[in-house]
Write a protein that binds this ligand. Structure first.
Ligand code: ADP
Ligand code: ZN
Length: 633
């Protein structure tokens, strides 16, 4: 829409330019400019037919014949060259003899009151327009997305509200979020027949807040609600309310609600509510007047909105509910909360099903195994995975997408693009190889650790120099102490291998150590897993996500002495793990060497090769999860 406006403005500029040109053109093309003396000669010679005097300028027509007698030759030629009447113009000088001479020559002469509208237009309106235009363009620049509506529409959110009469999305397009669907069914029922609901006196939620990590399908779900109810879907992003001018955001909110009322029944969806609904007086923009006004306006509009009468449901999405202003969450505002978690294995399978619907799959494609290999993937990641695999297959001219395409796509998405062009020096490669072999071997020699699926020393992404992938057999919600200890061991495996082999250590283990320390600290301070400190917990997590104040570090409500004891205990856990790992790796030093050598040779060691190398029994089923990356400093 702003594109069109830009165009029309350029039209205006263009037209003005043309008018100016034309003026010049008409003014000069057919008119001969005479000097005053030439003019006087023409008068005296009887060559003048008529004359109009205006504002010190005389214009008129010359007779066709006999001009040669009174005018120089080139003037005559020029006059002849122009078709039509022989017009001329001359600038008058103060000459009392002019009128008698004209009378004597019997010339028809007169004067006009000059109409100056065009001159006025050009000299006054045009510059004004130009300045206006420049200003408008500047505003547009500065305002970014916000000012895109142009000057006229500041305060109008019309340019930003995306309206879909039909979203074309239904609940069956949203997989793996059955609970959220249940919750929203009520909203759908209400939108389908608001009158019936009202008659029965049902209490309808006014605002529904969807909470979930990015890509978990919050927008999709809101669209599905609109689609199921068959009502229009108005959406815009919270960040678009935030403007450089005080009061604009508030005006936008007002306008949004006006539009919604006109479209009712409908759904208004505000994405990134946190951008607009940040707690007042918090964070960097704390006390920012514009922001506060916008938020207040939203609260006012929501309070004043009679949902049951109008049939408008406000939905909003955020992935940071903890920073929202508590006022937004009070009854009568966003009082209904629906949270979407990242999908579990079953959910991932269902989401994959949705996305492979239009894709031709080769017979060997095992979606269950892909679902098993993608813990932590959100819906958007899975959609991306399918898309990537399809693109790969298409690029290679295949008829169907096969498992290999999925593997490749998975590799790429899991660990970032392969960076073969990044050259490590041989010594670095050896470090990385032993480091990863250390992780892998410890995992192999721990009963409850996930089975290793793949070890690689191909640098990936920006910082990862190598990685070991483990295959969890299932999603875990509960971990036993022994399992946590095993994980601790696996995390330390890389570092301990470096120590043993090189008698030296590298910076590559920083991330491993960080994770190991976090895990140990959680065991001590949260899970009550330390003998010396007992069952008490010390690190209080925010009681409710909504009550937490962002930016404040986790409060540790314990004495200095306890804090010290926790630190000691964490250190002790890590030291114990280290000696366990050292023992394991020493006992299987031959395997460590073999695996590291194989890695240096092949860069990647998969499950089959690992089995060959270790000649050990296989445990569990294969699936991938990035366990550890050795990171660049
Ligand atoms: P969010 O708003 O939570 O960031 P979106 O709703 O924009 O996420 O999701 C992005 C895309 O990911 C969707 O268009 C859809 O293709 C896919 N997607 C996400 N969650 C699901 C799901 N549960 N079922 C099917 N597809 C999903
Ligand atoms: Zn590591």
């Amino acid at each position: 829409m702003d594109k069109k406006q830009t165009f029309s403005l350029w039209y205006v500029f263009g037209a003005l330019f043309l008018i100016t040109l034309l003026q010049d053109f008409i003014g000069t093309r057919h008119t001969l400019t005479l000097t005053y003396s030439e003019f006087k000669q023409a008068v005296a010679g009887g060559q003048l037919q008529d004359l109009v005097i205006a504002d010190g300028l005389a214009t008129g027509t010359l007779a066709a014949e006999g001009l040669e007698r009174v005018l120089p030759k080139e003037q005559v030629d020029r006059l002849k060259a122009s078709s039509g009447e022989h017009r001329f113009a001359t600038v008058l000088i103060d000459d009392p003899g002019l009128v008698p001479a004209l009378d004597a020559a019997k010339v028809r002469y007169g004067s006009v009151r000059e109409s100056k509208w065009l001159a006025t237009l050009l000299s006054w309106v045009a510059p004004a327009l130009v300045f206006f235009g420049i200003w408008w363009l500047l505003m547009k620049r500065m305002g970014g997305a916000g000012g895109a509506g142009g000057l006229m529409s500041i305060g109008k959110s019309k340019a930003k509200v995306y309206m879909q009469q039909e979203t074309g999305v239904s609940f069956k397009d949203v997989a793996g979020i059955d609970e959220a669907r249940e919750e929203l069914m009520e909203v759908v029922e209400f939108l389908r027949s608001p009158e019936r609901y009202k008659r029965l006196g049902g209490k309808i939620p006014k605002g529904v807040l969807i909470v979930g990590a990015p890509g978990t399908g919050k927008t999709l779900l809101a669209k599905a609600v609109a689609g199921e109810a068959g009502v229009p879907f108005l959406s815009l992003s919270g960040s678009e309310f935030v403007e450089m001018f005080v009061g604009v955001g508030a005006a936008r909110v007002r306008d949004l609600f006006e539009q919604a009322a006109a479209k009712a029944p409908c759904i208004v969806f505000i994405d990134e509510l946190d951008a607009l609904g940040k707690a007042r007086g918090l964070g960097l923009t704390g006390g920012h007047e514009e922001h506060e006004q916008t938020l207040n306006q939203l609260l006012v509009e929501m309070d004043g909105f009679d949902t049951s009468r109008r049939g408008v449901i406000i939905m909003a999405a955020t992935n940071r509910p903890e920073i929202l202003d508590p006022a937004l969450l009070r009854p009568g505002r966003f009082d209904r909360h629906v949270s979407i978690d990242k999908p579990d294995m079953k959910g991932r399978r269902q989401i994959l099903d949705v996305h492979v619907k239009g894709v031709k799959l080769a017979s060997g494609v095992d979606l269950d195994s892909i679902a098993a290999r993608t813990p932590g993937f959100a819906g958007a990641d899975l959609a991306n995975l399918v898309n990537e695999a399809t693109l790969r297959a298409a690029k290679q001219g295949k008829d169907a997408v096969d498992m290999h395409d999925f593997e490749q796509a998975l590799d790429r998405i899991v660990a970032g693009l392969e960076k073969r062009n990044r050259v490590m020096n041989p010594e670095e490669r050896r470090f990385v190889a032993y480091h990863e072999a250390g992780h892998a071997l410890v995992a192999e020699h721990r009963a409850s650790a996930d089975r290793v699926a793949k070890v690689s020393i191909i640098p990936r992404g920006i910082a990862a120099l190598g990685y070991t992938q483990q295959s969890p057999t299932e999603d875990r919600y509960l971990l036993r102490r022994s399992e946590l200890l095993d994980r601790l061991d696996v995390l330390l495996g890389g570092r301990v291998a470096e120590e043993l082999v090189f008698n030296d250590i590298s910076t590559g283990a920083a991330n491993d150590l960080q994770r190991a320390t976090d895990m140990a600290r959680h065991m001590v301070a949260q899970y009550g897993m330390s003998e010396t400190l007992g069952l008490a917990t010390w690190e209080t997590q925010p009681r409710s996500a909504f009550l937490a104040v962002p930016g404040t570090p986790q409060q540790r409500d314990c004495s200095e002495r306890t804090a010290e004891a926790i630190d000691d205990e964490v250190r002790r856990l890590l030291e114990q793990a280290r000696s366990r790992v050292t023992a394991t790796l020493n006992a299987h030093r031959d395997q460590l060497e073999a695996l590291a050598q194989r890695l240096l040779e092949k860069e990647v060691v998969d499950r089959r090769m690992l089995d060959e190398l270790l000649a050990g029994p296989a445990k569990g089923q294969a699936a991938l999860r990035p366990l550890s990356d050795i990171t660049a400093p």
